[in-house]
Unconditional design. Structure first.
Length: 71
């Protein structure tokens, strides 16, 4: 059984020859649901993934909300 390991990806593309492509077509949709936040290198070492950052911020937000309700 032989297997074809080739793919259709090219090393370079000439996007000027692809008129159906629209720059930023999905930008507004993406921006509606996501926020880009840059982490300092020392923080990024502690939180290496999106999930770890979100989990930590959710935990912190619960602590803040509990503190606000207690005051």
């Amino acid at each position: 059984m032989s297997q074809d390991n080739s793919d259709d990806l090219q090393h370079e593309y000439d996007f000027s020859k692809m008129p159906e492509g629209v720059r930023g077509r999905y930008a507004k949709e993406y921006q509606k649901d996501a926020r880009l936040v840059l982490l300092d290198p020392d923080v990024a070492e502690i939180f290496p993934s999106t999930k770890s950052v979100n989990d930590a911020l959710r935990a912190l937000s619960k602590i803040i909300q509990q503190h606000e309700h207690a005051a």
